[in-house]
Design a protein around this ligand. Sequence first.
Ligand code: SF4
Ligand code: SF4
Ligand code: FES
Length: 238
Amino acid sequence: MSTLNVQVWRGGKEGSFQRFEVPRHPSQTVLDVVTHIQRALDPTLAYRFACRVGMCGSCAMTVNGKARWTCRTHIDLVQGENREITIAPLRNLPVIRDLVTDMREFFDKWARAKGQFEGTRTRNDDFARVSPESESRKQVDAAIECIGCAVCYSSCDVVAQNPDYLGPAALNRAWTLVKDERDEETMARLRAVAGDAGCHSCHTHMSCTERCPKHISPTAGIAGLKRAVSLAALRGNL
Ligand code: SF4
Ligand code: SF4
Ligand code: FES
């Protein structure tokens, strides 16, 4: 039976890689490999997953140097020479243990970017209808599919240099709400993303867009926010 050489991060911020030999199977994913290690070789290995089908966003890790959703990443795509794979926690987030990162600041930034929907209708009102054909809806068709996996956040150099930067996922979320016809807090949201840690800090490196497993372009959303913030400022609304 053929095997894979797998190096897995163990410990917290300080730690080291531990080597495991894992049986190779057809259609094996990176998450399958991590699960095999935890179930058959070392039950103390900490990692996170839930759905296994690319829906929940909880299984992201750094695989051979790149952030990826591991449940949908096949070994064939990433295995290097000598069947070697290196698996580490996501970058730009504190490591709790092994492959598990602390996601609090990632989601706190969604709140700082006013990532919550603010409508005015009550349960007694009729449903608000948004036409799939409307221009504003078409602009965020892909962006609303974000699963909050933090692959983009982990891949962003600006987050690495400026930990206060809101980052691509929170700004992408803000963009979807700015374009939501039912939302009533556009100006407050534009104010929230206009500061030093907001959309203008993005250097348009595109790493987030290249790496997003859902093929979202946070870079395009951030460019939209920059335009909307500038327009609001010119009109004296900010
Ligand atoms: S485009 Fe902006 S948000 Fe995306 S990775 Fe580059 S600097 Fe970060
Ligand atoms: S924008 Fe893409 S990479 Fe970033 S959190 Fe959402 S799904 Fe993940
Ligand atoms: S386990 Fe849910 S997206 Fe991978």
